[in-house]
Design a protein around this ligand. Structure first.
Ligand SMILES: [Ca+2]
Ligand SMILES: [Ca+2]
Ligand SMILES: [Ca+2]
Length: 192
């Protein structure tokens, strides 16, 4: 018979999160409890968003001045980071990749200027917390806006990821274990 410890060990192996290099920081934004991390390596904007989704989130959506200030104080104001804002589908119509409404902006002076078909946004341009629309990298051809080639060099920079807080796998595992122990105890009581 398979022991309960063996079953629990198997469950742990199945549900344990993969080793993660990112360190997540908690913050409650306009829409609830979130956690944030900065990538450890640079990406083009699309690769950064794909990586963010692989971590259960999206590139950060900055919803008010408090969140913008918190990001600068937490991750620093001297390095350019991708954020999840783009007008790649319709020039001048900016959308967050996570679907949040676009109700706040902190463009640096003169931005967004779309100077070289810029459709992707980073923070800390021209000073801590300022936003700029920028190129994403040579791996992307924006057919939605009629481009047939991308004329700019690649600019891989680090990115900030935001995701909903979800229960740790260990919490669920603990709950499964408690239910199992309670079930065993009840069966013993019924037998006695
Ligand atoms: Ca947010
Ligand atoms: Ca643009
Ligand atoms: Ca710009």
């Amino acid at each position: 018979m398979v022991s309960k410890m063996a079953v629990l060990a198997g469950l742990t192996a199945l549900t344990a999160a993969p080793a993660m290099a990112l360190s997540w920081v908690s913050y409650t934004d306009l829409y609830g409890a979130k956690e944030y991390a900065v990538t450890d390596v640079g990406y083009t904007w699309h690769d950064a968003e794909a990586f963010a989704q692989s971590q259960g989130g999206h590139l950060v959506a900055i919803n008010d001045q408090d969140e913008n200030d918190w990001i600068v104080s937490t991750f620093g104001g001297g390095e350019l980071f991708w954020i999840g804002l783009t007008d790649q589908d319709l020039e001048g119509s900016f959308l967050w990749t996570n679907g949040d409404p676009f109700v706040y902006d902190n463009w640096n002076g003169g931005e967004p200027n779309d100077v070289t078909d810029e459709e992707w946004t980073h923070i800390n341009w021209g000073g801590p917390g300022g936003w700029n629309d920028w190129e994403s990298g040579a791996d992307y051809v924006n057919a939605a806006q009629g481009n047939t080639s991308f004329q700019n060099d690649s600019f891989p920079i680090r990115a900030i990821i935001e995701r909903q807080v979800v229960p740790e796998p260990g919490t669920w595992l603990g709950a499964v274990g408690v239910i199992g122990i309670v079930g065993l105890a009840m069966r013993r009581r019924l037998r006695s």
